[in-house]
Ligand binder design. Structure first.
Ligand code: LAC
Length: 365
């Protein structure tokens, strides 16, 4: 159990995440912070009053400033506006970048040792903003998207197969949006490849529905976006960190070089270090999608294309926002090192590239 976890943003995602964190007793105190007066206090008090019924002792407190959050070991950032029907996550970038920038400054000041888990959209860019502004090591700034996308994919598959969600093993990588890559070739039903059970057209439909999983809900709700599954995904990640469960979970993380290099340079909080190191080796979810700096086609091998696109993204965004503390931008991976990266379908998918054309994953795109 942690001593203190803070959730920034008392909207639907933040408040539901706080409630789930408290119910699972993942910290002694959960602090809910929001700028709207009374809302975090009211929601926190309501949640605390459910404690005797639900049987948890985690104190939930609400605040409009970051003083009560001081010293938090983990901060979940959900602050920002949500999509309306017809909007893409990228349409939120200006407004939410300002909000996340402000929140990140507060985190840096009040919670200098925290692990930051970003949820605000567009997710990949907001992670980058949080990392730049806090100046925290990259192992301490991660984003939630892949766990949610994977959950949606598994739910749709379970429905199509009339099977338990527990028996569907899957992994969705790539950006949180159009560049999402559900990995069909790594998807199994009780260990048996899903392609034994479902036809290509059916799988194609499920992949497409997964990509639009968030938008489908926005279209129903009209005034907001999903929050039950997103908050559950947040809590799964927090739980993996708190209990150092050594889970392999997809997430947004800033990568430099290959997995071995990354592992060698770890200086993070031990649980996250282990989480990140294991995850990063096999599950690379690059800050790409919303960076809008697609791969620069060079005619070189796929690995170098993938990383060239990422390097372009880093430079593009770097111009728009330097770290508040004057730190230099993270080094983009050089093309030279890129050519040494593995070319497995997983690696390519993680870089946001389409898998090779003979892979089942490409068939489903
Ligand atoms: C969604 C939001 C949380 O996908 O990005 O529902």
């Amino acid at each position: 159990m942690m001593n203190k976890i803070t959730v920034v943003g008392a909207g639907n995602v933040g408040a539901t995440a706080a409630q789930r964190l408290a119910e699972k007793a993942l910290a002694r105190t959960v602090v809910l912070v929001d700028v709207i007066e009374g809302v975090p206090q009211g929601k926190a008090l309501d949640q605390w009053q459910s404690a005797p019924i639900e049987g948890f002792d985690t104190r939930v407190v609400g605040a409009n400033d970051y003083q009560p959050a001081a010293g938090s070991e983990l901060v979940v950032v959900t602050a920002g506006i949500a999509r309306k029907p017809g909007m893409s996550r990228d349409d939120l970038v200006r407004t939410n970048a300002e909000i996340v920038r402000h929140v990140s400054r507060q985190i840096k000041q009040h919670c200098p040792n925290a692990i930051v888990l970003v949820v605000s959209n567009p997710l990949d860019v907001m992670c980058w903003v949080a990392k730049q502004v806090t100046g925290f090591p990259r192992e301490r700034v991660i984003g939630m998207a892949g766990v949610l996308d994977t959950a949606r994919f598994r739910a749709f598959l379970a429905e199509a197969l009339d099977a338990s969600v527990e028996d569907i093993q899957a992994m969705v990588l790539g950006g949180h949006g159009d560049t999402m890559v559900p990995l069909i070739s790594y998807t199994t039903v009780a260990g048996i490849p899903v392609t034994h059970f479902l036809s290509k057209p059916t799988l194609d439909k499920i992949v497409e529905r997964t990509r639009n999983g968030g938008a489908e809900i926005v279209a129903f709700l009209k005034t907001g976006s999903a929050y039950y599954a997103p908050s559950a995904a947040v809590v799964q990640m927090v739980e993996a960190i708190v209990h150092d469960k050594k889970r392999i979970l997809p997430c947004a993380a800033w990568l430099q070089g290959d997995g071995r290099g990354h592992r060698a340079r770890q200086e993070a909080h031990p649980p996250v270090r282990r989480l990140a190191a294991r995850r990063v080796r096999s599950v690379r979810h690059v800050l790409r999608g919303a960076l809008q700096a697609g791969p620069q086609r060079t005619g070189e091998d796929p690995g170098s294309e993938a990383v060239a696109g990422r390097a372009g993204g880093a430079q593009e965004i770097g111009r728009g926002g330097e770290g508040d503390d004057g730190r230099s931008q993270p080094q983009a991976v050089s093309r030279k090192s890129a050519t040494h990266l593995p070319r497995s379908p997983l690696r390519l998918a993680a870089c946001g590239l389409e898998p090779p054309s003979n892979s089942p994953d490409s068939a489903a795109r």
